[in-house]
Design a protein around this ligand. Structure first.
Ligand code: ZN
Length: 128
């Protein structure tokens, strides 16, 4: 894909995010912000009995990169185990976002949903 198409895909997620909202009775419920950019995310997720992500939703506000990453992330992590999420890196996030190479200033934006999820899983004690 050309970089224009990446950009279009990101803007599309930004304007029409997937899984936007808050889950009731969530196992993971965390808010995190990225003060360097002003991005905020509230992430909620439910795990199934096998410790896999069954449902995940987010709400928040921020730049195109952070919100597009959050939208794509909620689709990307469905069915993944806590261990798989703990092992996810920036490279996987960049691939998830269509192969973008993020500049230093944008890395924190793109990693916000992943970092929130990792922290939220830690606080929830991982799999039930
Ligand atoms: Zn940002």
């Amino acid at each position: 894909m050309s970089s224009d198409l990446y950009r279009e895909q990101l803007l599309d997620h930004y304007h029409n995010p997937e899984n936007f909202g808050v889950l009731d009775n969530a196992d993971v419920d965390i808010e995190m912000d990225n003060p360097t950019c002003g991005d905020m995310i509230h992430l909620t997720a439910r795990l199934d009995s096998a410790g896999r992500v069954a449902e995940v939703m987010f709400e928040g506000q921020g730049c195109v990169i952070s919100m597009a990453s959050a939208s794509m992330f909620t689709e990307h992590v469905k069915g993944k185990t806590v261990q798989e999420i703990a092992a996810m890196s920036l490279t996987e996030i960049e691939q998830m976002m269509g192969g973008v190479k993020l500049s230093m200033g944008r890395v924190k934006c793109a990693l916000l949903p992943l970092n929130a999820m990792k922290q939220g899983l830690k606080e929830s004690g991982g799999a039930r």
